[in-house]
Design a protein around this ligand. Sequence first.
Ligand code: RAM
Length: 344
Amino acid sequence: MKRWLVTIISTILVVALLVGCTNTGSTPNGKSGNAQKKMAIIVKSTGNPFMEKMAEGFKTAVEETGGQAIIKAPEQPTAEAQIQMIEELIAQKVDAIAISANDPDALQPALQKAMKQGIKVLSVDSAVNAQSRMVHVQQADPERIGRVLVQAIYEMIGGEGEIAILSATSQSTNQNTWIKWMQEELKDPKYSKVKLVKIAYGDDLRDKSVSETEGLLKSYPNLKGIIAPTTVGIAAAAKVLTDKGLKGKVQLTGLGLPSEMAEYIESGVCQWMYLWNPIDLGYLAGYAADALVTGKITGKAGEKFTAGKLGEREIIQVGDGTEIMLGDPFKFDASNIGEWKNVY
Ligand code: RAM
């Protein structure tokens, strides 16, 4: 090779090497580490204040870690709408997608496509199956949530009578898991005089949750209690029971946002309910997404990372997938609702 050609080639190689060294690392999408990471969250649907709080927490974490948050919310809580959003985010070459799933399995092809292209995928709040994600950010132990809600309604109705569940959508992973644990709890002989008459689905839509509650009251005139493991459902049911003057006649518990439920807890329509901090849940997902993108974690059990103000978290194995846990469900009643109603 001619000497001048060798000089040119080696100069090009040295320059390329130097440019490579000034980058602090590359993301899977070929972006330099200095470029702002695009971190997306897809929630179940619009018009759900729980989802808004969760997205708010996600955004805070993403901004604390120097990224840009993209928040997507379909109008209807369906898998189809979420698949379309996943495709859009793949085309946008985002670095991570966190999703609160409207279906455990239907999103698999789209999410696997995203992962094949180097996008880090995690679920939060409502899981996708283990093959469709790298890790799931779980609010609290699902068994505890399911069991505690049955124990609550049992106490409220005095240990006997007909009860119903008012859920979100029929495909929602989180509600279905909680309902499975409610049914397990109901197998205990102590519940022999409690009858679960119906599981109704309000789809986390306010109007549908109202009409489903009205339907339950009409079809089951002896109904003694309703468990609504959804913030949209419990608020809708509380309003119906209030408007119909059924306070004390039909008991209500479930998972509710203090800001939406304070008036009903104060009035006694719902004596107590449970939840966790949705802002912290989104915040934890934001830090988990960042840890995946920066390579601090890969989603394997035993890995640890620091989730900002929430401190160190460890990934644990649950069934065939891995999870990061937020904490314990918290009980809200007349004694503490005042402190929380302005928080979330
Ligand atoms: C609704 C949603 C959400 C659930 C809460 C408790 O806002 O269904 O997924 O976690 O309720």
